[in-house]
Design a protein around this ligand. Structure first.
Ligand SMILES: [Zn+2]
Ligand SMILES: [Zn+2]
Length: 155
């Protein structure tokens, strides 16, 4: 079957949540648009297009056309799950590497989780590797897991 670009674009945007967090990066405006489906081991969204492609790279191409040869697509907002075209830019590999060295520091400064919940004292779980987990998201995941397992009888 021939590849139908309009259908692919519709299928693509149906997998995006437009109410993501507001990035703390100077010059990057608006909320992140967060990929809600499969991600790879590095946290980048993946999209099936006859083969697996990186969601943010495809999003960039839908908005701006083909990525120039030899360039990487960089997340200006430092949110790997984000696919918002205005948060993306095509850069040389060297610039992309330099930007990602600041990533850890920015992540530490982030006030909200990927889904936009505040990292305040009540909502933050400190993991052993010094990363933070969102309690609201964890609770939702636990609840989802519980509803798929048989009900326990109350003591
Ligand atoms: Zn973003
Ligand atoms: Zn959360």
């Amino acid at each position: 079957m021939p590849h139908h670009r309009a259908t692919s674009a519709w299928r693509y945007w149906s997998k995006v949540a437009f109410d993501g967090p507001i990035p703390l990066v100077r010059g990057v405006t608006g909320r992140c648009h967060v990929w809600t489906r499969a991600t790879n081991e590095k946290g980048y969204g993946t999209f099936w297009l006859g083969r697996t492609v990186k969601a943010y790279r495809y999003g960039y191409e839908l908005a701006f056309g083909p990525i120039p040869a030899g360039l990487d697509v960089d997340h200006r907002c430092r949110n790997r799950a984000c696919v918002r075209p205005s948060h993306l830019r095509a850069v040389t590999h060297r610039v992309n590497l330099l930007a990602s060295t600041n990533h850890a520091a920015l992540r530490a400064a982030q006030t909200h989780c990927m889904r936009g919940h505040a990292f305040d004292a009540e909502n933050t779980i400190r993991a052993k590797n010094n990363t933070r987990k969102c309690r609201t998201c964890k609770r939702a995941a636990d609840r989802a897991a519980r509803t798929t397992t048989p009900e326990r009888t109350a003591a």
